[in-house]
Design a protein around this ligand. Structure first.
Ligand code: DLL
Length: 431
């Protein structure tokens, strides 16, 4: 089902005309209402009134996480606090969180874009959706919650954690749609199996996953354990939360809600705009947001854009799965690798379990990587010869597929701590 046909199937010239009109509005609005933007524009000699074409955006200064930090907590809000209906925040790994605010119009838009993506994945008003993201400052839970209600689905706000109860609810309430991080979805599947459930005990048919990377191989494991169809969904708090982009039922890239979010791809090192199809850092400009608008926000996420209309009928530009964060890219003896590629290799090896960690250290100016990966079966640990054989197999696959040499440590099943939110897979000891 297409939720907002007119907008989702718009011809490219019409979409560009709409975007240009909105870009001009958004740039002027930020200049008039946020001191930080006014200062940046003035310093760069950028006059928002002179935007004539979409490509003029390249003259506009970037916005970064540092700008948000420097104006903590409300310095980038463009309306008086009285008009802010909701505040969310993302837990910064260091220091203060990133605080974002929504007006009523922003909340309405958010619900709409999320409803669209849920519909694109195949969710309907007949579905019963259990939200296993943590409710709270994180945008995932309330974002999906309101979007699914807007679509007309029945929403169960289970929140994250208490895994056995989640599984009981899936079964007893006839849940058809699950919303979680991929790592938590697979973990719940492992627990359900241990408790003796079979996938036929459940009515789950669709999983809307996101908020962290998930290789196709990892996704197949989730689909197998639950017997469902999974889509990938992307967003970030600074932009709105979930709802920026997501896969339709054909899963040929994530459709961007382009009428509200204007995407560009740049080369991180230089800031130059890259042509269509090239991989680089995703930069997003919000076109309609009022409470916390961002202009040319550097997401640090690496992807690629495809403007070909999709066979599903939607004409919106699609982005590839996130290949990694600009900050996460590992350079192992000259070879660039993203953690997601390592995941793909690991998940193809049957003896390897579902959890892994990448420990990065720097010795003598070179990054060194240790891949710690759980075994499926603890009995392997008893046979030294078997263990060594498997270790060599994992090492070999990493070398053949990615061209890197890593230290491989095989560890007991369930020895890596499981969480209900985003999995912590990279331990960077370089800093
Ligand atoms: O994770 C928003 C969200 C919630 C998206 C629920 C989808 C579903 P933050 O907590 O601000 O917001 O984290 C944003 O998470 O910059 C990416 O690095 C990563 N991320 C989000 N979605 C994906 C995805 C939410 N589908 C950061 N694949 C982003 C890979 C993702 N990484």
């Amino acid at each position: 089902m297409i939720f907002e046909k007119e907008l989702e199937t718009m011809r490219r010239p019409d979409m560009e005309a709409l975007q240009l009109e909105r870009l001009r509005w958004s740039a002027q609005y930020c200049y008039d209402n946020v001191a930080m933007y006014r200062k940046k524009f003035d310093e760069a000699g950028f006059d928002p009134g002179r935007i004539r074409t979409l490509s003029d955006i390249r003259y506009m200064p970037f916005t970064t996480k540092t700008d948000i930090r420097d104006t903590y907590p409300y310095g980038m809000f463009a309306v008086p606090l009285k008009k802010i209906r909701r505040i969310h925040a993302s837990s910064g790994t260091t220091g203060k969180p990133t605080v974002v605010g929504y007006t009523q119009e922003d909340l309405n838009m958010w619900s709409h874009v999320v409803a669209r993506l849920c519909a694109a994945a195949g969710v309907t008003d007949e579905d019963i959706a259990q939200i296993c993201f943590g409710y709270g400052l994180f945008t995932g839970a309330l974002g999906l919650h309101n979007g699914l209600e807007t679509l007309g689905a029945t929403v169960i706000p289970a929140s994250s954690g208490n895994t056995e109860k989640q599984i009981m609810l899936f079964k007893d309430l006839g849940v058809t749609t699950v919303i979680a991080t991929p790592s938590y979805a697979l973990y719940m599947g492992e627990v359900a199996k241990e408790l003796g459930y079979k996938k036929e005990d459940f009515r789950l048919r669709i999983g809307l996953f996101g908020s962290e990377g998930c290789s196709n191989e990892f996704r197949s494991k989730i689909e197998d354990v639950w017997g469902l169809f999974a889509t990938d969904n992307y967003g970030m708090s600074e932009l709105i939360g979930p709802g920026v982009s997501g896969e339709c039922h054909l899963r040929q890239g994530m459709h961007i809600a382009e009428d509200h979010f204007y995407p560009e791809i740049i080369r991180s090192e230089t800031g130059e705009t890259l042509p269509e199809g090239e991989a680089g850092e995703l930069v997003i400009t919000t076109l309609t947001k009022q409470g916390f608008p961002v202009l040319r926000y550097r997401t640090r996420d690496i992807t690629r854009l495809n403007y070909e209309p999709c066979e599903c009928g939607r004409t919106s530009v699609r982005m590839d799965k996130i290949m990694g964060r600009a900050d996460d890219m590992l350079k192992i003896r000259g070879v660039n690798v993203f953690p997601g590629q390592i995941e793909s290799v690991l998940m193809e090896i049957p003896e390897v379990g579902n959890s892994y960690q990448l420990v990065v250290t720097r010795e003598e100016f070179a990054d060194r990587l240790e891949v710690r990966v759980e075994l499926v079966d603890a009995s392997l640990l008893e046979s030294y010869a078997e263990l060594e054989r498997l270790q060599e197999k994992v090492k070999h696959s990493l070398r053949v597929v990615l061209g890197i040499d890593a230290k491989v440590s095989l560890i007991e099943p369930k020895s890596i701590e499981r969480g209900a939110g985003k999995a912590k897979r990279i331990i960077d000891l370089r800093k």
